[in-house]
Design a protein around this ligand. Structure first.
Ligand code: BG6
Length: 520
């Protein structure tokens, strides 16, 4: 094998490795000539996350100078008005400093197409705009289409892209489509969406976004487990008592009522983010970090997930009532603007799942998520069994909990290990819980890129390991569908006061197993 072939192979491998640091100066991952078209460009996600992430990528020098950014929307805007809209949102939400020079270069490639999804002429104009970018800016026919739109719009946008000739990759030019969650609202609708999308796009050019997989700390879970010798030997049913995965938010649904009502907490984040976290926590070591090898291991875990026999005892739902978010008094869910006053949508969900494998036999995985909880925190806590024997008087270990490794996904990203230590002084051997802490903020000087920066760049590079496959999406719906069906027979979820840690039902659920939720 020639030296250059070896180098190319090594580069390809490194590029597809999610543990590789994208800031690595030896091998910066810079996108080649290309452009992105955003559908739903005026929406919340685009304004707060996508446009700023594109700017941040440009600012970090990871986009080509010729990059094209096209917005497609109903508003009757001139190109300059659209540019002003992008600038305003970038300035308000960018992570890296706002620099006129970066902005000028990005702004030169910004285009706007006015139209609705059912209008073939608008798509003909889009096709002209894209060709013009190819000619004038040298984007060379390489374009990504970001569907930041409700799932019901995927089929029509996909068909229009096919009809105007934008959907198919050619030998020397790629076309890719990025699909935002939710991918369906149950297994059947997800399959139907997949059928429609795959009629138009080649499966290898479809990138389903689960932005949790783009978070540095989620990738760090793989580093923690597989780059170290000390965790894997105890990462199993011999030592682990149970696992708690928590995604708590302090915000309510304000501004997103239309999307959220009828969907609820479990479809919104358990079906995707939390089940992906479970899969990464429970999976075996992949042969490599290629997309195929990673997904093979995640798929095995999702296939091995078993629902509790008694759904009433091992699931819980809640809906926030009026209360406090920090020092602000806030309204209950049913009083939020745009919410049906009789809505039975849950804003809190907790479920127990088991992973039926040799490694995890008898170890429950408790998943919980909710809006308007005590604080914003996402964490994975691996809680260990007690030491088999404590050679101390029982009074000396009164305050000793179980050992735990807590991966703090956000905020305050890092890892905490909880263990018992001797209380200093005194004559008896008194033991109490203490923490050992790794914090990203203290150990590294650079701030972590936003998940969307990483994921958008991966799409432009055609690098798929951090995107869930159709099979993973289907398996996740297979897990959730029976729970949703059971809940649909129950009526109103149990109310909980805003600013607290959820409904009493959730505490009772764990108490039945002789356990309790961690206080993050
Ligand atoms: C989204 C959900 O996927 O994740 C939202 O639809 C939620 O309801 C959001 O607020 C939370 O994301 P993050 O990155 O702030 O944890």
């Amino acid at each position: 094998m020639s030296q250059s072939t070896t180098n190319t192979a090594a580069m390809a491998e490194e590029w597809s490795n999610p543990l590789r640091d994208p800031r690595d100066l030896r091998l910066p991952r810079i996108a080649g000539p290309c452009g992105i078209v955003i559908f739903g460009v005026t929406g919340d996600l685009s304004r707060k996350k996508l446009l700023p992430a594109i700017y941040d990528l440009a600012n970090r020098g990871l986009l080509p100078p010729s990059f094209g950014l096209t917005g497609f929307a109903r508003r009757d805007w001139s190109e300059d008005e659209f540019r002003a809209f992008v600038r305003e949102n970038v300035e308000s939400h960018c992570r890296t400093p706002f620099r006129e020079s970066t902005w000028k270069q990005l702004a030169a490639g910004i285009r706007f197409v006015q139209g609705t999804f059912d209008d073939p002429e608008a798509f003909a104009r889009l096709s002209d705009t894209v060709s013009q970018l190819d000619r004038e800016r040298g984007t060379r026919g390489n374009h990504a289409f970001y569907m930041s739109v409700p799932p019901r719009a995927f089929p029509i946008v996909s068909r229009q892209l096919a009809d105007c000739g934008l959907a198919k990759s050619e030998d020397d030019a790629w076309r890719r489509v990025i699909i935002e969650k939710p991918f369906g609202h149950d297994l059947d609708s997800a399959r139907e969406l997949d059928r429609v999308v795959s009629e138009v796009f080649d499966p290898s050019s479809v990138f389903r976004i689960d932005h949790y997989l783009g978070k540095e700390t989620v990738q760090n879970l793989l580093a923690l487990r597989f780059a170290n010798a000390m965790y894997e030997p105890i990462w199993n049913a011999n030592y682990v008592d149970h696992v708690q995965i928590t995604m708590a938010e302090d915000i309510g649904v304000a501004g997103r009522a239309g999307y959220y009502d009828g969907i609820g907490a479990a479809r919104d984040v358990i079906q995707n983010h939390l089940l992906q976290l479970l899969a990464l926590t429970a999976m075996e070591e992949p042969v490599s970090f290629s997309a195929a090898d990673l997904t093979a291991e995640k798929t095995k875990v999702l296939s091995a997930v078993k629902l509790p026999k008694d759904l009433a005892a091992h699931t819980a739902r809640g809906q926030y009532a009026a209360g406090w978010q920090g020092s602000h008094e806030v309204a209950g869910y049913l009083d939020e603007k745009g919410i049906d006053p009789n809505s039975t949508t849950e804003t809190y969900a907790a479920i127990r799942l088991d992973v039926d494998t040799r490694r995890w036999a008898g170890v429950p995985f408790y998943l919980r998520c909710g809006k308007r909880l005590g604080k914003r925190v996402t964490e994975i806590a691996v809680v260990f069994k007690r030491a088999p024997h404590l050679p101390f008087e029982s009074t000396a270990t009164r305050e000793l909990g179980k050992n735990a490794i807590v991966i703090r996904v956000q905020p305050d990203e890092g890892v905490t290990i909880r263990f018992g230590a001797k209380v200093p002084g005194g004559t008896s051997m008194e033991v109490r819980d203490v923490s050992m802490d790794f914090s990203y903020g203290r150990s590294f000087t650079e701030s972590s890129p936003e998940a969307y920066e990483r994921l958008i760049l991966d799409v432009l590079l055609g690098d798929p390991p951090l995107f869930p496959t159709t099979r993973e999406v289907e398996l996740s719906w297979e897990i959730l569908d029976p729970i949703e069906e059971f809940w649909s027979t129950l009526g109103q979820p149990q109310p909980y006061r805003s600013g607290t840690w959820g409904p009493a039902e959730a505490d009772e659920m764990l108490a039945r197993d002789g356990r309790q939720w961690r206080m993050p």
